[in-house]
Design a protein around this ligand. Structure first.
Ligand code: PEP
Ligand code: MN
Length: 276
């Protein structure tokens, strides 16, 4: 048996398919599906988020993303709107009927997020926050676990194991690039990990080409590569005015560019007989 027993294929040969049914529109994540998650890096205000949420819903996005607690390298950067942002996400969820995903950085925020968010995201910087992982194991919400900045595949699967071992079987992996010696891209996207994880594990795997590359022009090609390598979907950052975004503008697609990427992804999904 592998050290990551519960996450392994040996333990569970059939693919884990996660059904999100806590929102008005039902969504599936896992093998055989191509799930598109999109939204801005952060909720910046009601006008920005609600208008974008409507646009994305019209474009057929399955899940809306939005950070309300942002892990920022500098303490002086915009760190999200917190509970005010949660109120705005509630409205977006009500207007569109779509499920929402947002990052939980601290176990103390679970009270605010638990009943109002359909998927909780554990970000790269918290991939080995074992207290947080154990808490995620105790709840019944799906958890999207992003790969740590310099985590090996085994460390990542062992982090997933913490959640599974706590009794929560709804874990989604998200490859978002790792830190290497290469400074021209924000991170180095590990497409090989996607293909490997499909063999090692039964868990759904999503790729985030936005944080993986840091450059919006690279987002579409890397998103296509991810689906071609077997990813079960993508998570992409979109902003109406990337130059004015309060975080991650350089890697954010405009709604127009996102619409074009969506068409490309639909074609690839069709080729692979994935449901969309
Ligand atoms: C995010 O998806 O909002 C994020 C902060 O990503 P990561 O944890 O991968 O840096
Ligand atoms: Mn971001």
């Amino acid at each position: 048996m592998k050290p990551f027993m519960l996450a392994s294929r040996e333990y569970k040969p059939e693919d884990t398919i996660i059904e999100i049914s806590s929102s008005a529109k039902k969504v599936f994540l896992g093998e055989g599906y191509c799930t598109i998650i999109a939204g801005p890096c952060a909720v910046e205000g009601a006008e920005q988020y609600l208008s974008l949420a409507r646009i994305l819903a019209d474009l057929g996005v399955h899940i809306l993303r939005a950070g309300i607690f942002k892990p920022r390298t500098s303490p002086y950067s915009f760190k999200g709107l917190g509970s005010e942002g949660m109120d705005i996400v509630d409205q977006a969820r009500m207007i569109t009927g779509l499920p929402v995903i947002t990052e939980i950085m601290d176990v103390r925020d679970l009270e605010l997020l638990h009943d109002r968010v359909d998927i909780l995201q554990v970000g790269s910087r918290n991939m080995q926050n074992f207290t947080l992982l154990e808490e995620m194991g105790r709840i019944k919400r799906p958890i999207m676990l992003k790969r740590g900045l310099s985590a090996t595949i085994e460390e990542w699967l062992l982090a997933a194991e913490y959640i599974l071992n706590g009794g929560n079987e709804q874990v989604i992996l998200c490859e978002r690039g790792i830190r290497t010696f290469e400074p021209y891209t924000r991170n180095t996207v590990d497409i090989g990990a996607v293909a490997l994880l499909k063999q090692l594990s039964h868990l759904p795997i999503i790729v985030d080409p936005s944080h993986a590359t840091g450059r919006w022009r690279m987002v579409a090609p890397v998103a296509r590569a991810a689906i071609a390598a077997g990813a079960d979907g993508i998570m992409v950052e979109v902003h109406q005015n990337p130059d004015k975004a309060l975080s991650d503008g350089k890697q954010s697609l405009t709604p127009e560019n996102f619409a074009s990427l969506r068409d490309q992804i639909l074609k690839l999904a069709e080729l692979d007989n994935k449901k969309i």
